[in-house]
Design a protein around this ligand. Structure first.
Ligand SMILES: Nc1ncnc2c1ncn2[C@@H]1O[C@H](COP(=O)(O)OP(=O)(O)OP(=O)(O)O)[C@@H](O)[C@H]1O
Ligand SMILES: [Mg+2]
Length: 504
């Protein structure tokens, strides 16, 4: 009972059973009325026929009566008509059960009654305005009902007796001739119809069972799949995909489940890559440190120059490890919002001047021209050191990838929408298009740098992006191999910074 499929199935069955029950009930009720109207229809054609027969046979009956006849004359006439039933050519005559003559109050005259049961005292025919029968010239039958005490309810039609031959046989009070036949009782209708309806009901029920099962299955099966897949995800198997089938809501659930497991799988993969990258980055310097320290300990290197050289390498490599760890910590703190940026009002000129001084020696050494220009009029709001860290990395990258005689440019300009744009461009080796979307991923080094210098860890741009975003800006790069690269980032100006920055 707990399962969704069983519940759905039982609900369908219940609805179908109620619908079938109601359909059968209304059918029974309608058929009851239908049977009555058929019976009345028959009586309406039979009535005039019987009336004519009465007119024809009454004079003969009167004539052929023995003087000592005990049956009342009226009843004798009617019995004579009923006697015709057996060999009547008209089928319908056989359905006549009782004949009676009524007075103007609708009461059956006891002397003029022919039927299977004796009449009680003052049996009355249920008919509207029986008195009219005495006066009307309309001989068409009128519908009525005749209740025989202790007997079945009879449907009947009544017609005026007036004008019939032998009318006087029924006595002076007689006004109407009644032809009666049993009303089909509900029981009879039920008895006749029940087996057929049961059969139809069984077929309906069988169809309902099959359809109910299929319908409930169409909802429950996809949900079962999702539940099974979710159980597997819980056990650490993230490669779960479920077929997107069933009703719309279930399909949406399946699609969302697939998206979710895809995301989980991706983040698991990212985590694995991250660990692999860190291990890889740590391995090289640690191997050097280990090698040189072993050599120092076992005395393989024992001359003073060698020892100094080894100590310097160990120092450099451990510095490298330390820098990596610091950068990683920095990145994760900015990402998680643990480090907040200072909100100082800054003129980019100040940062630019500082950077020109910082890189002046390097551009001379590398024989690369370095141009700095700033056309912004508005101050920005941000963290001096952090923004300098971003530009430091961009310029470091630019110098590193620009050959002798090249040009590195640092520029800034106002944008119309209340932001400033800072650009670092070079005319160096450029970045292949397939590397561009990944530049800002952690540990990503473009093709141009993969086997080359060991000076960077591929974390600079990831950190830069986090810093720029924490200032409410965005950073991106454009590049053409062998023609140069441009890094662009935006920063909101001072009075807008508060609206945009998320973690300032
Ligand atoms: N101006 C540029 N020209 C060509 N390639 C570039 C340029 N700037 C970045 N790259 C490529 O993008 C990669 C990622 O740069 P990023 O600053 O993130 O790392 P890194 O400089 O290698 O190391 P780190 O900055 O952590 O010391 C670089 O390794 C290099 O391949
Ligand atoms: Mg870098």
């Amino acid at each position: 009972m707990g399962s969704l499929q069983v519940r759905l199935f039982l609900t369908y069955l219940f609805i179908i059973a109620v619908t079938l029950g109601l359909a059968m009930l209304s059918l029974f009720l309608m058929l009851g009325g239908y049977r009555d109207s058929i019976t009345y229809g028959n009586l309406e054609t039979l009535g005039p026929f019987v009336r004519t027969q009465v007119g024809i046979s009454a004079p003969d009956v009167i004539e052929s009566r023995e003087p000592d006849d005990t049956v009342p004359l009226g009843a004798d006439v009617l019995l004579n008509i009923l006697g015709l039933r057996e060999d009547a050519e008209d089928e319908r005559l056989r359905t006549v059960t009782a004949l009676a003559v009524i007075d103007s109050n609708g009461e059956v005259l006891p002397d003029a009654w022919a039927g299977p049961l004796p009449l009680g005292e003052a049996t009355t025919v249920d008919i509207t305005a029986p008195g009219d029968l005495a006066t009307t010239s309309d001989i068409s039958p009128r519908r009525c009902e005749l209740d025989i005490p202790d007997g079945p309810a009879l449907l009947c039609v009544a017609m005026p007796l007036r004008g019939l031959d032998g009318e006087e046989a029924f006595g002076p009070d007689a006004v109407g001739l009644v032809v009666a036949t049993p009303a089909a009782g509900m029981g009879e209708v039920l008895g006749e119809l029940t087996p057929r309806l049961l059969f139809a009901g069984l077929i309906g029920l069988a169809a309902a069972l099959i359809l109910g099962f299929l319908l409930s299955q169409s909802v429950a099966a996809p949900l079962r799949n999702i539940a099974r897949a979710a159980r597997n995800v819980g056990r650490g198997n993230y490669r779960q995909r479920v077929p997107v089938t069933g009703p719309r809501e279930v399909r949406e659930l399946a699609a969302n489940f697939n998206r979710m497991t895809g995301e989980v799988q991706n983040s698991q993969q990212t985590l694995r890559d991250f660990l692999a990258n860190i291990s890889h980055e740590l391995k090289t310097p640690l191997t050097s440190i280990r090698g040189f320290s072993d050599a120092l300990i076992d005395g393989t290197i024992d001359d003073p120059d060698g020892i100094r050289q080894s100590a310097r390498i160990i120092n450099d490599e451990s510095g490298r490890v330390l820098r990596l760890v610091e950068e990683l910590l920095d990145l994760s703190r900015i990402e998680s919002g643990q480090i907040s940026m200072r909100r100082e009002t800054l003129h980019l000129d100040e940062i630019f001047e500082h950077l020109s001084a910082l890189f002046s020696l390097r551009c001379e050494e590398a024989n690369v021209r370095f141009e700095v220009s700033n056309t912004t009029a508005t101050p920005i709001e941000g963290d001096f050191d952090r923004l300098e860290q971003v530009l430091n990395n961009l310029l470091d990258n630019a110098f590193r990838h620009t050959p002798e005689g090249g040009l590195v440019r640092l520029t800034a300009r106002d944008l119309h929408d209340g932001a400033v744009q800072v650009m670092v461009s070079d005319n160096g080796v450029g970045i292949p298009p397939e590397d561009l979307p990944h530049l800002f991923d952690r540990f990503y080094r473009a093709y141009n740098n993969r086997n080359g210098s060991r000076s960077g860890h591929g974390l600079g741009l990831a950190i830069s992006r986090e810093i720029v975003r924490a200032h409410g800006g965005e950073i991106w790069a454009t590049s053409e191999p062998n023609r140069g690269t441009t890094f662009i980032f935006t920063l909101p100006i001072a009075d807008r910074a508060g609206d945009r920055a998320s973690v300032l």
